[in-house]
Design a binder for this molecule. Structure first.
Ligand SMILES: [Zn+2]
Length: 354
């Protein structure tokens, strides 16, 4: 059965409320919640009870000094943690609920109490590093969920991040951790500046970070090629016990902050591939967590497609997508494969067999 984090607290006016004109606004989560309810698919699963993250859950992925600083500055107040990252009186409760509920969902899926999961939360998390808020993110929800799954007994957890921005925070948190595979496809060069193909993990975790930086203008075909030539082989070789997805929808063709051309069908194609691979390698245990996405149609349509992909039995993997004809996009994929091969941690093409 599907599990949801789908709570109006994430889009309420008293919650995490943006200053006017800020793109990371309550309407984002509202659009997704509305779409899932209207499509009737939210009723096919179980909503989990929203809860705060415990101190232990947060301290696995964030430094004590950073958490103390947030607790002093954020609850009940309004202000900015950096040029992009605001807080309002309801932010601390929303952020702790986003992280805690996502941890609960991930461990419920790991335990088998739920089959797959969708976490519709904000503020987003993947730019939050161990010791720093940035890029609209305060607490790293997907990282906390991965760490919770590890603490619960998962030997390995994989995180696929298809948000258009590189998830520098998630990469930072697991840089030296070989038990968490982090795979990101993003626009590059672009905010936040990290995510080069040569960023492959620290000395203790070489190969456990995989970055594919695509040029602006890429769409469904290029993203499918990244999945087929890089992500799926890496996932099959890694054999995680749980697959998490940092599901941002700002690679959408009409997103106001970025320059990609992914359609609703493109998000469905990525979700279908991960759903099929999850069936093959980790008993179908997959959880998607909302990250960015600033066009409401991109968010609503994209997450609806992800949810319907997770809700039905996995479809067979489609034929391997051809390498992109766009030379810069093709070079990006080949550059990632070459960087891993050069470091002695090759991503095995052979594992792509359908
Ligand atoms: Zn983003």
């Amino acid at each position: 059965m599907l599990g949801f984090v789908l709570d109006e607290m994430f889009d309420s006016a008293s919650g995490h409320r943006a200053p006017s004109g800020h793109p990371e606004r309550p309407a984002r989560a509202h659009a997704v919640r509305d779409a899932l309810v209207t499509a009737g698919i939210a009723d096919q699963g179980r909503r989990i009870v929203t809860r705060f993250a415990s101190d232990e859950e947060l301290s696995r992925v964030h430094g004590a000094g950073y958490l103390d600083d947030l607790i002093k500055r954020v609850p009940g107040h309004t202000g900015w943690l950096d040029a992009d990252t605001y807080f309002s009186p309801g932010t601390w409760d929303a952020a702790r609920s986003a992280a805690g509920s996502t941890c609960q969902l991930a461990t419920d899926v790991l335990d088998g109490a739920l089959g797959q999961g969708i976490s519709v939360v904000r503020p987003p998390g993947h730019h939050a590093t161990r010791d720093r808020a940035m890029g609209f993110c305060l607490l790293n929800n997907v990282a906390a969920a991965a760490a919770a799954a590890r603490a619960r007994g998962a030997a390995r957890v994989a995180i696929v991040d298809w948000d258009v921005h590189h998830g520098n925070g998630t990469q930072d948190i697991f840089w030296e951790d070989p038990s968490v595979l982090y795979l990101s496809v993003h626009q590059y060069p672009f905010y936040p500046g990290t995510g080069a193909p040569t960023e492959i993990g620290g000395a203790n975790a070489k190969g456990a970070t995989v970055n594919v930086g695509l040029p602006g203008g890429c769409g469904d075909l290029e993203f499918a090629a990244v999945f087929d030539h890089v992500f799926l082989p890496a996932l099959v070789a890694f054999k995680p016990d749980l697959l998490l997805v940092s599901a941002g929808f700002d690679a959408f063709e009409h997103d106001p902050l970025a320059g990609m051309r992914v359609t609703h069908n493109g998000f469905a194609a990525m979700a279908n591939r991960l759903r099929a691979v999850a069936d093959r390698i980790c008993g179908g245990r997959i959880v998607a967590v909302l990250e960015g996405g600033y066009d409401l149609d991109g968010l609503a349509g994209g997450m609806t497609r992800v949810l319907s992909s997770f809700a039905r039995p996995a479809e067979p993997l489609p034929p391997v997508a051809p390498l992109p004809t766009h030379p810069v996009a093709r070079a990006a994929i080949e550059g990632t494969l070459a960087a891993h091969a050069a470091a002695g941690v090759p991503i095995a093409e052979a594992a792509t067999s359908r």
